[in-house]
Design a protein around this ligand. Sequence first.
Ligand SMILES: [Zn+2]
Length: 251
Amino acid sequence: MTVTDIRPNLHHWPERVDLAAAFRWTARLNMHEAVANHFSLAVNDDGTRFLMNPNQTHFSRIKASDLIEVDASDPETLSGPSAPDPTAWGLHGGVYRHCAHARCVMHVHSIFATVLASLADSRLPPIDQNCATFFNRYVIDDGYGGLAFEDEGARCAGLLTDPRKKVMIMGNHGVLVIGRTVADAFNRLYYFERAAETYIRALQTGQPLRVLPDDIAEKTAQELEDYPEQDARHLAELKAILDRENSDYAS
Ligand SMILES: [Zn+2]
């Protein structure tokens, strides 16, 4: 039996399983925060329908069947028993409305990305291969304006218009990444947190940093963008580990 056969009554089953695995692993990496933060995945062409975690559920418990399917064009979405968190609705709905290239959105307050977002200068210099991956590939939001209800979500989404820039360092807040798929977005989120950790720990030494020249950083970023299937293999391995542990994420 394949995963697509287990829940034939729910649409987008393989996508649900991928998203559930991403939640479980994010919790394991301690990149979650209590019962806040959201991941979502567009499931129609214009991104007005998307899967999202249910409101106020710990990432470590989320199952594929728990994910809610939100319809951004339905005015009743924010009422009803399974309504999404209104800030998640504002931020994720805003990104799908404004960025056709965003199909998956992940937002967390992971520790090292948030430390970076708390510095007066939130740029991530290319001091190692992981940091170089993000050279010229992020935007910084300098205009934090409170919780991400609809207006704030639209403002943030307006910063993601360059399709090459798939990471938003949200000043005073956290990080948001976009991607083509769950695997693509999760891989980016994972590496961004690793890169931010390396940079913050390097700063803590007080020693001068080895900042790569721009041309080498750009070459490295392009080479990693062209590296075949790393994102899909990464997520497949995480699912294999969860499966071996008899996790219920895919139920
Ligand atoms: Zn947040």
